[in-house]
Design a protein around this ligand. Structure first.
Ligand code: SF4
Ligand code: MG
Length: 324
């Protein structure tokens, strides 16, 4: 396989209520071009922090992020802008991310200029809108955000991200605020961009059903750590970790694509722990129906599960000695 563009390992410390909180701990993540990696977890599991780290909106206090083998540390202006050109974010709320007093033309023109993608501006705008299926483009350029539907606004936000000509797209809950009926269209657009622009996409979601629908690889986060990962179909059809099984069981209808599951529904079966003082051993042990004595004292390493080719693994003592 091709060399992946982004890799990060280990921890980040955030200061909250004057106490150090390790929001993400020992997360090892590889994004590859032409692939969608889904990161699934409840709110507060640290998944948005991963996106903020990769985009360098916040900075790691330990660990390493690399892009094509180069260490990323974009704290300063020029390097931050160069990083932004390659790694773009799409947020959950397209209304909040677009300025209500500016037209679509203004948003996209500005993005093209910031990233020094001069060329023919009219053609550039035309291409961006066509790429996100807002056609005919002329019809959308003069519109203000409030004149667009939620799905159209998210398409404008995606077009703006594409204006930078990125290699990596970080999409943090990009459809969770949209009507169920239009979610699939936006996910299909992201998949189309993965293929046509050969983008590496990190899809962050609390909805494992949508991850099942379109991710090539799935990582499940719990309490700031990745607890299961591997080929998307293996993880969602043959979930190994008890937490992943809980997520699937609490989804309203596991076969439903991009369903109406709310973050509350995903939280059925207890609350995720505080990251200020996470449980010892396996962080999931207070909620786990299979917890054994060692689970409350020893943190489980990753064990291979299932077929060898799927790269499927779970950090759970149930699989100690199961794989090889
Ligand atoms: Fe449950 Fe133990 Fe596995 Fe943690 S390590 S998920 S507590 S069985
Ligand atoms: Mg979040």
């Amino acid at each position: 396989t091709k060399h992946f563009p982004v890799r990060r390992r280990a921890a980040e410390l955030l200061s909250r209520r004057r106490r150090a909180v390790r929001a993400v701990d020992d997360v090892d993540l590889v994004l590859r071009r032409g692939r969608v990696t889904a990161m699934v977890g409840e709110s507060g599991s640290g998944k948005s922090t991963v996106a903020r780290l990769l985009s360098q909106l916040v900075h790691q206090t330990a660990g390493r992020i690399t892009l094509h083998d180069e260490v990323v540390d974009a704290r300063r202006g020029r390097r931050f802008r160069a990083h932004c050109r390659r790694v773009q974010l799409v947020f959950q709320d397209p209304f909040a991310s677009l300025n209500p007093i500016h037209t679509v033309r203004y948003h996209l023109t500005r993005a093209l200029r910031i990233h020094h993608r001069d060329g023919d501006l009219t053609q550039g705008l035309h291409d961006l809108l066509t790429r996100v299926s807002l056609t005919p483009p002329e019809q959308f350029l003069a519109k203000y955000p409030h004149e667009l539907s939620g799905g159209q606004r998210q398409r404008v936000a995606i077009a703006r991200a594409l204006a930078a000509g990125p290699e990596v797209l970080l999409a943090d809950e990009p459809v969770s605020m949209l009507d169920v009926s239009i979610r699939l269209g936006v996910l299909n657009l992201l998949r189309d961009l993965r293929d046509r622009l050969h983008l590496a996409i990190l899809y962050i979601t609390h909805d494992i059903a949508s991850a099942r629908y379109f991710a090539d690889e799935v990582l499940v986060m719990y309490a700031g750590q990745v607890v299961e990962g591997g080929d998307g179909e293996a993880v969602t059809q043959r979930a190994a970790h008890p937490y992943t099984r809980l997520l699937i069981a609490s989804a309203p209808d596991p076969d439903r694509i991009a369903g109406e599951q709310t973050e509350d529904a995903a939280q059925a079966g207890g609350e995720p722990p505080s990251l200020i003082d996470p449980p010892a051993g396996c962080r999931f042990h207070p909620r786990c129906p299979h917890a054994m004595a060692r689970c409350s004292t020893e943190a489980p390493p990753s064990f291979a599960v299932g077929d060898n080719g799927s790269g499927h693994w779970a950090a759970c003592w149930l699989y100690a000695g199961a794989g090889s």
